[in-house]
Design a protein around this ligand. Structure first.
Ligand code: HEM
Length: 497
């Protein structure tokens, strides 16, 4: 009998120890006490039903940097610009949370750009973005051509919907720009867009849209408990996500094989696009330049560029219809630089300060990437009096920074003028942090700016946008997901005379 009592007491003591144990070092940032297995999920849920709001709400109690446990993962959350800028610029944070579907999609190997680290990341990221720049990305005249092709295709679809009899029609904005942006990226990787490419683009676009839709659901839970993807693969969207990756891989593999074949026939031809340059490098440095790494680079470029830029386009359209006076001011600048309705070029933006201010304010208020992309500490890091331990996941939340009254008087108001000085020139552009910090920041910032500037100005040259008659004003809060995006809404597209 005594033995069983002793056993029961020991079990209770172990349970008590586990429940109260906090494996945090006193120098680690403060935070709510985690419980075994689920970590701080209850604290997050109690802070808000919306994960992206919950992170900010906890920061109000614990400060600009605090600790949480996502399941068993040690995590710190950064909420001030100073903490993000200092910590994310530290090279000891140039790694990612490489778990769950991110490892499955890359065959459990260190591949590609967005989730790789060490030598692969150090070589592949600068090489890829240099090539994209040499072959069009960043040279605005080539980009302009890519964007014109994509815009013409989109306008033809919209005009078709309006029809010959009418002057306007209502259009769903959700994912409207996914396919046009995808086609721009395709041209940048492959060099052009031929009719034979259309089926591949259609598959990527459809499966990409499905990927984005399911990835909204369950994003938080799967981060904390990656194994759940195998337990509930349908409910958590895992099957759809893997289906998209599989489709990307099949298409990228075919492109790679076809190019290998072409290069065998004429090995000395000069590369004119990223794909060709990649295949050509395979003989020189096969450790980095191989088919697996091409598949993941292809996936990464599509994944990182399409969803983010499409979300930002949705945000821009949302604000243009919600604030018609802002739309009129942007349109007035378009007319001023292009009275004869010629296509704008990226360099025109220098003569359009209000439009630039509109884009900056849309970044501040819309926050397309409110949580940036989590990093992982490669070694212990010191920030002020705190230590972030090796292998801690580092998450950011830009909301409190963008909403604080010291940096932004009247932060709740959408007011592009806050980015203009008295002479009407752009100021404070450096206060926008959507593209993150340090050498692991977003390498596509310039390209994203070119695509969204030319995409929106071409749209406004052709159509006046408004809230459809009889419909309520669209919601201005964002829904959480891979990016924070507007809730589905419609806009009326009326052809300008
Ligand atoms: C409005 C549009 C965009 C926003 C707000 C955005 C923002 C971001 C952010 C916050 C990160 C994470 C950086 C970090 O960890 O510190 C990132 C990563 C990345 N972005 Fe963008 N991005 C946008 C568009 C693009 C475009 C158009 C491209 C490609 C052409 C691109 C390519 C990438 C890549 C490859 C990474 C991973 C970088 C790495 O891990 O080294 N992004 N982006």
């Amino acid at each position: 009998m005594f033995f069983y009592y002793a056993l029961a007491i020991t079990a209770l003591l172990i349970l008590y120890y586990l429940l109260l144990k906090d494996d945090r070092d006193s120098k680690e940032p403060p935070g709510p006490k985690p419980v075994p297995i689920i970590g701080n999920l209850v604290d997050l849920l109690m802070a808000s039903g919306n994960m992206t709001l919950a992170l900010g709400n906890l920061a109000e109690k614990y400060g600009e940097i605090y600790s949480l446990k996502m399941g068993s993962k040690k995590t710190v959350i950064l909420t001030s610009k100073d903490a993000m800028q200092t910590i994310l610029s530290n090279e000891a944070t140039f790694a990612r949370d490489f778990t769950g579907m991110w490892t499955d999609r890359s065959f459990h190997k260190n591949l590609g750009i967005a989730f790789s680290e060490g030598e692969v990341w150090e070589k592949l990221r600068p090489w890829t973005f240099k090539m994209l720049k040499d072959f069009g990305f960043g040279k605005s005249s080539d980009m302009e051509r890519f964007i014109q092709v994509a815009s013409q295709r989109l306008f033809a679809t919209i005009d078709d919907k309006i029809g010959p009899e009418k002057k306007s029609c209502d259009i769903d904005i959700e994912l409207l720009y996914n396919q046009p942006i995808l086609s721009i990226m395709w041209q940048m990787i492959v060099g052009d867009l031929s009719p034979e490419d259309e089926p591949s683009l259609k598959i990527l676009s459809e499966k990409g849209d499905a990927f984005v839709r399911v990835s909204i659901f369950g994003a938080g839970i799967v981060i904390a408990f990656p194994f759940l993807r195998f337990v509930f693969p349908n409910a958590l969207g895992y099957n759809v996500q893997m289906d998209f990756f599989q489709a990307c891989n099949t298409i990228a593999q075919n492109l790679f094989k076809e190019m290998e074949e072409k290069m065998r026939k004429s090995p000395l031809s000069t590369p004119t696009n990223l794909l060709k340059a990649f295949v050509q490098n395979c003989t020189k440095d096969p450790k980095i330049f191989n088919c697996d790494n091409f598949l993941l680079t292809f996936q990464d470029i599509l994944l990182t560029s399409t969803e983010t830029s499409n979300t930002f386009m949705e945000i821009l359209i949302l604000y243009l219809i919600t604030y018609p006076d802002v739309q009129e001011k942007v349109y007035a600048e378009i007319l001023k630089v292009s009275p004869d309705e010629r296509d704008l070029s990226f360099s025109d933006r220098k003569k359009m300060p209000y439009t630039q201010a509109f884009f900056l304010e849309a970044h501040r208020k819309g926050q397309p990437f409110q949580n940036l992309v989590p990093r992982r500490a490669l070694s212990d890091i010191t920030y002020k009096d705190y230590i972030i331990k090796k292998d801690t996941i580092i998450m950011s939340d830009t909301r409190l920074y963008y909403e604080n009254k010291e940096d932004w008087p009247d932060p709740e108001v959408f007011r592009p003028e806050r980015f203009l000085d008295e002479a009407g020139q752009v100021v404070n552009a450096g206060k926008i942090i959507s593209f993150s910090f340090g050498k692991r920041n977003c390498p596509g910032e310039l390209q994203a700016n070119i695509v969204t500037f030319l995409g929106i100005t071409a749209l406004l040259q052709r159509y006046k946008l408004s809230v459809p008659r009889g419909q309520c004003m669209p919601r201005l809060d964002m829904r959480p997901g891979l990016t924070s995006k507007p809730y589905p809404f419609q806009a009326t597209f009326a052809k300008r005379q």
